[in-house]
Design a binder for this molecule. Structure first.
Ligand SMILES: Cc1ncc(COP(=O)(O)O)c(C=O)c1O
Length: 334
């Protein structure tokens, strides 16, 4: 096990600060789902807040509660729930809950205390959210529960698919209509939110009150036509590995994407680009017979995350979250 992930907290803070100022006056919640996209949830949570984020989007209730226990007092937003979700603990922990079903709404209302909920309208992505057909009934139920003092409807939200200007415009107009309908029913949401990185960066009209920024905070571009640097972002993650002089002592088991020699992938050996010829589970072979003791595979003197994403026909999110937890993380500055 010789691969090491180096997380540059200065770069992460600089990205968050940049995105916070870009999105203002909308507030920024940084998405730290999937162990902060493989970077380390607790460390990045603290640093996101230090850099000006006003909240954190964490996927599920256990992650939110672990951050509360850690001492985070800022808004924590969790939206992915299952049959086992402990809503009573979430309400007691002051977690803001995204809700997509009547069952979730009722379960939160039945919990002691006043749960803060954000109603999710499906604006076209079809990845949970209440359908337009059910929206009115959903808002009426929420209003009833709010009037009874069982919940507080703190927000209305959705997720923009980033499926082109026309479909995004359609999704935003569906969102506006759903918000108007909720207000007509008597709801008074404090925050409206729909934009993740791509919309927040390129579509100011999608920012509403809060943007939920994931991938861009990690210095990775959500776009095909520009890399992180081109967006004023700094790379946060560097993956290095030791060598035995002839080959790299890490492979796809350690998160190196399984590219072929034909992909054009390379790594850096002391600043010299070395073509990747084969990625095995524990070993990566490169052209050249004498390697320095350590090589940069992603970031540092090596290629960018976006280059690896292109070589392996995927997106940067998959590469960072695909680096397994057995690979040592070290946190550095500068
Ligand atoms: C609900 C929600 N909000 C925000 C994000 C952050 O998205 P991105 O990484 O594109 O900024 C995600 C990521 O999947 C998400 O599911």
């Amino acid at each position: 096990m010789t691969a090491t992930v180096h997380i540059d907290l200065d770069a992460f803070e600089s990205n968050v600060a940049h995105l916070v100022s870009l999105a203002a006056p909308a507030a920024t919640w940084v998405a730290i789902k999937s162990n902060a996209y493989g970077h380390g949830m607790v460390e990045l949570a603290d640093n996101a807040l230090k850099a000006g984020a006003s909240g954190l989007a964490v996927l599920d209730v256990p992650a939110a509660l672990s951050l509360r226990t850690h001492g985070v007092t800022a808004t924590l937003f969790a939206w992915l729930h299952g049959a086992e979700t402990d809503f009573a603990a979430a309400v007691a922990g002051g977690v803001d809950l995204g809700v997509s079903t009547f069952e979730q709404l009722d379960a939160i209302a039945a919990s002691p205390g006043v749960g803060r909920v954000h109603l999710k309208i499906d604006t076209g992505l079809h990845r949970n959210g209440v359908s337009e057909a059910q929206w009115e009934a959903f808002c009426r139920r929420a209003h009833e529960l709010e009037s009874a003092g069982s919940i507080r409807v703190a927000g209305i939200w959705s997720h923009l698919a980033d499926a082109g200007d026309e479909s995004d415009a359609k999704a935003l107009s569906r969102f506006d209509a759903a918000v108007a309908q909720s207000k007509a029913i008597g709801l008074s949401p404090e925050v409206l939110h729909i934009a993740a990185s791509s919309a927040a960066l390129r579509n100011p009209g999608s920012r509403y009150d809060v943007v939920r920024i994931g991938i861009a905070a990690y210095g990775i571009s959500p776009f095909d036509d520009v890399d992180g640097e081109g967006l004023g972002l700094r790379p946060v993650l560097r993956l290095s590995a030791s060598t035995d002089g002839g080959s790299v002592s890490a492979g796809w088991f350690d998160g190196i994407p399984q590219v072929s020699a034909a992909s054009g992938a390379w790594i850096s050996g002391g600043g010299t680009p070395l073509s990747v010829t084969a990625v095995h589970p524990r070993i990566t072979e490169v052209a050249g017979d004498s390697l320095p003791p350590t090589v940069d595979i992603i970031g540092g003197e090596g290629p960018t995350m976006e280059q690896w994403a292109a070589w392996s026909n995927t997106i940067g999110d998959e590469i960072v979250t695909g680096i397994p937890s057995h690979v040592r993380r070290v946190f550095v500055r500068g």
